[in-house]
Design a protein around this ligand. Structure first.
Ligand SMILES: Cc1cc2nc3c(=O)[nH]c(=O)nc-3n(C[C@H](O)[C@H](O)[C@H](O)COP(=O)(O)OP(=O)(O)OC[C@H]3O[C@@H](n4cnc5c(N)ncnc54)[C@H](O)[C@@H]3O)c2cc1C
Length: 307
């Protein structure tokens, strides 16, 4: 008989708790609890295991259990001058991966989907499944981590992930700019954390070493009227997804207030997005994929990823 490591034990205990029979969902910190539709009230709620399992700052990878809060993960990473692409808005690592939304500074940090190198989840049959690999260039066969990100716990219950980490920029400075095309700001800056636009004003997160940040801000001052600000503008409640080009033309698509993330394709607007006509082929593939992963429909019943 093989001896279980403490990591394996936490995962096996979680798998045993999940079992193989009844309707079930993981409860994170409920910051996006209603996304994807109401959960069937018969579903049993479980919590994912917690803790940071392994962190190699020099390799820029961290192995973390899904019930750990993003705040706790980021505190550990910050001590080594790093962070991750997961949003830190009060949720858990597993919740952030299951939801798959990006941070406001996605332009600088990269996407949540790209940050997940390996995922270990408990399947509908109660088995521990590992997909992907703990190193950056190691993907063969289907890319399971990319499928699990954003699947809202409907394909598997995430127990542990390996994430790519990012260097934490030594200086971050938010600038507001007037009378300038936001795409010119995007082009002028080497690697902005974010460029936002409300149809009139633009905001840029300029980050890096202090001398570089100062030089970049000086460059912006030649293009526009600029001022230092404390942070980004308040975001309207509804999130739209457009092509990065579409986001630059969002003013033709909504009458209400909006903030577009230039170069990313996310727009926050006062109005909810018009429901898109689902592509029938994509819907059929999604349906079949769900049935393959979860034949009895026990995982997060009632919720639909992408709904
Ligand atoms: C005020 C506010 C602002 C926010 N702003 C942003 C933002 O700007 N950018 C951004 O990207 N996000 C934002 N978020 C979202 C939030 O940070 C993440 O989506 C969050 O990390 C989800 O984690 P959670 O633990 O709260 O998940 P929960 O809300 O508890 O769960 C969400 C869904 O994921 C499922 N789930 C949870 N854990 C697992 C698991 N281990 N395995 C499988 N399924 C699981 C649940 O069953 C549920 O269906 C914001 C949230 C709030 C409250």
């Amino acid at each position: 008989m093989s001896t279980l490591t403490s990591t394996d034990r936490a995962l096996h205990d979680f798998a045993a708790q999940v079992g193989a029979e009844d309707p079930i969902a993981v409860e994170g910190n409920r910051t996006r609890w209603h996304l994807g539709g109401p959960l069937d009230e018969l579903a049993r709620l479980v919590e994912a295991p917690t803790g940071i399992v392994d962190y190699q700052p020099s390799e820029m990878v961290v192995t973390v259990r899904a019930g750990t809060t993003v705040a706790e993960l980021h505190e550990t990473l910050a001590a080594a001058g790093q962070t991750s692409a997961l949003p830190d808005r009060g949720g858990t690592v597993g919740g952030a991966v299951a939801v798959g939304e990006n941070r406001l500074d996605r332009l600088g940090r990269g996407s949540a989907r790209d940050a997940v190198l390996q995922v270990r989840y408990v399947s509908a049959e109660g088995e521990i499944v590992t997909g992907g690999g703990p190193v950056v260039k190691n993907v063969s066969g289907f890319n399971l981590p990319k499928l699990i990100v954003g699947s809202l716990g409907t394909l598997g219950l995430i127990a542990e992930v390996v994430l790519r980490t990012n260097p934490l920029p030594p200086v971050q400075r938010w600038i507001r700019a007037e009378r300038v095309d936001p795409r010119d700001i995007r082009d002028a800056l080497l690697r902005p954390g974010a460029v936002l636009w409300d149809g009139t004003s633009s905001w840029a997160l300029v980050e890096g070493h202090e001398v570089d940040v100062d030089a970049e801000v000086d460059k912006l001052a030649t293009l526009a009227d600029i001022a230092d600000v404390d942070g980004p503008p308040e975001l309207p409640p509804h999130r739209w997804f457009l092509s990065p080009q579409g986001a630059a033309h969002v003013d033709t698509m909504t009458d209400g207030a909006f903030i577009a993330s230039i170069g990313v394709g996310t727009v926050w607007a006062e109005e909810p997005p018009q429901p898109a006509e689902p592509d029938p082929v994509a819907a059929q593939i999604a349906e079949r994929t769900k049935r393959l992963f979860d034949p009895s429909g026990r995982l997060n019943p009632g919720r639909r990823a992408g709904a």
